[in-house]
Design a binder for this molecule. Structure first.
Ligand code: 2AM
Length: 182
């Protein structure tokens, strides 16, 4: 079982990302789009954890206070891992509360001995993996993209596993973004 901490969105907001993913699929030769229920923004990827580490991660999520905020998603881009096809994502404009939330979680996780990805944080919501698309179709998709706002309301510790070849995400612990602005 692999674990990660995610920023969650409401179902109607996840649908906005999913709708974009479906549009991308119509432009692509191939694309495995992210299920609507799986749409999230990863704040920290923790990998395989033993039960003690899961308890620590749960406590970190439950004790991380932050105010609710709204992200403006204004970037469409992709990672290109090579042979397996592109990973298309939508990214938000820089937001001080998102940066602070990421920093609080990172500090707490490192203090508790978790090892984290050392690459710079690139906040993004993955739309589709294994994307094969022509440069023209990719430009068409990028050009048609319109900026949209999405409120962030909670963070969750998620467990990820495969059952009969199907990806399953299970929420282990959640914390509402409910701190008052100082
Ligand atoms: P993503 O954020 O680019 O979509 C569960 O696997 C989540 O953790 C996914 O959202 C995934 O990618 C993210 N993630 C971040 N680093 C990862 C890694 N090294 N291996 C697998 N997933 C990772």
């Amino acid at each position: 079982m692999r674990y990660f901490i995610a920023l969650d969105f409401t179902q109607p907001d996840r649908e906005k990302f999913h709708s974009l993913a479906r549009t991308l699929k119509t432009h692509a030769k191939k694309a495995r789009i992210v299920e609507e229920a799986h749409v999230h923004l990863t704040l920290a990827f923790l990998g395989e954890l033993d039960s003690g580490a899961v308890k620590k991660a749960e406590a970190i999520v439950k004790n991380t206070e932050e105010e609710p905020f709204t992200l403006e998603f204004d970037t469409v881009s992709y990672f290109d891992p090579g042979k397996s096809g592109r990973i298309f994502w939508i990214g938000p404009d820089q937001h001080p509360v998102l940066d602070r939330l990421h920093e609080k979680l990172t500090d707490a996780l490192l203090n508790q001995g978790f090892s984290l990805d050392e690459r710079p944080f690139t906040p993004h919501v993955t739309l589709a993996r294994g994307v094969r698309i022509s440069p023209e179709s990719s430009s068409d998709f990028e050009d048609a993209f319109e900026t949209f706002d999405v409120p962030a309301r909670s963070i969750s510790l998620m467990a990820s596993s495969f059952k009969e070849g199907k990806l399953i995400y299970t929420c282990v612990a959640s914390r509402k973004l409910d701190a008052q602005t100082p």
